[in-house]
Write a protein that binds this ligand. Structure first.
Ligand SMILES: NC(=O)c1ccc[n+]([C@@H]2O[C@H](COP(=O)([O-])OP(=O)(O)OC[C@H]3O[C@@H](n4cnc5c(N)ncnc54)[C@H](O)[C@@H]3O)[C@@H](O)[C@H]2O)c1
Length: 282
């Protein structure tokens, strides 16, 4: 059985550790903020206890899975015994490079070092460690306790063994992994999502249909659980907008230019569910 260390106990890291522990993996969860660690542990307890109430998980299993996640603010303690490390700190390149530099000193030399970054290929981070062949991207989806997919992305220096261990780690924690053979912006899922969503915005901006009708068409005709506008409200329109802006700026490709109506919503502070108004009102 693998011992896993997760660095960063935010919305992703907390659930990555818990998902692994549900499948019997010993997991350490580290965050530099003790308050955040407490919130992460409480939130995981809430999720597992709701499963117990709904009869989907036995109480002893839930308690075991909760006790299998050990929380600490000390990175060296978290990684000392780990054969696999997943970094899930803020999406900030300098910060991630700093964490990998710390891992180089504190983690076992044979441990795989993975990053959950949504946008940064591992080659941008792994050059701070002496053996970049043990580094890889493992891109989980929110919420990790529900979403059954991990995109494993091979960097230019990632070894076959590291790729195999990342695929095996995903499987061990009950998740389905797909392999992406080279670093590419947006990986697979976000590229396809962006392409479809951009087309939805183009239709809306051109006055071809209202956003409600586009959502209904996609939900009923393509069987998506949420149409692109409802999904935007759910994830946060600022997130949707910034992802487009990032792709547009890095590629210069007009296909990625954010919709003017999306930009107007973001500038008006109407960001979706979290502000109680986006395309829809909540
Ligand atoms: N939220 C999503 O939907 C999603 C999906 C896939 C991937 N990601 C990626 O996962 C990563 C984390 O995202 P998130 O949404 O969980 O962020 P978040 O803001 O919820 O959490 C980040 C956590 O990192 C901690 N942190 C910051 N610096 C640290 C350090 N030096 N050492 C230890 N902990 C530190 C913070 O205290 C915070 O708890 C990002 O790279 C993001 O791109 C996010």
């Amino acid at each position: 059985m693998t011992t896993l260390a997760v660095i960063g106990a935010g919305s992703m890291g907390a659930q990555i550790a818990q998902q692994a522990a549900l499948h019997g993996v010993e997991a350490w969860l580290q965050d530099k903020s003790g308050d955040q660690l407490k919130r992460a542990v409480d939130s995981n307890r809430g999720h597992l206890m709701r499963r117990v109430e709904r009869g989907k998980l036995g109480e002893p299993e839930a308690e075991h899975a909760l006790s299998r996640v050990r929380a600490t603010t000390d990175l060296a303690e978290a990684v000392a015994a780990a054969d696999f490390v997943i970094e899930a700190v803020f999406e900030d390149l300098a910060l991630k490079r700093g964490v990998f530099a710390e891992l180089e000193l504190a983690a076992r030399p044979d441990a795989v070092l993975a990053s959950n970054s949504s946008t940064m290929g591992i080659s941008k981070i792994a050059d701070v460690v002496s053996r970049p062949e043990r580094c890889v991207n493992m891109h989980f989806f929110f919420p990790v306790l529900v979403m059954d997919l991990v995109e494993v992305v091979r960097g230019p220096l990632t070894s076959d063994e590291t790729v195999e261990r990342a695929m095996a780690m995903a499987k061990e924690m009950g998740r389905t992994a797909v392999l992406i053979n080279r670093e590419i912006d947006g990986f697979i899922v976000n590229r396809i999502l962006h392409a479809a969503t951009q087309e939805a915005y183009r239709l809306f901006d051109a006055g071809v249909a209202g956003f409600e009708d586009i959502d209904i068409a996609v939900e009923k005709g393509l069987n998506w659980p949420m149409g692109p506008f409802r999904l935007g409200d759910f994830s946060g329109l600022d997130v949707t907008y910034n992802a487009r802006l990032h792709m547009y700026r890095t590629t210069g490709d007009e296909r990625f230019r954010p919709s003017p109506q999306l930009e107007a919503k973001v500038k008006a502070g109407k960001l979706g569910r979290k502000t109680k108004e986006g395309w829809y009102s909540y």
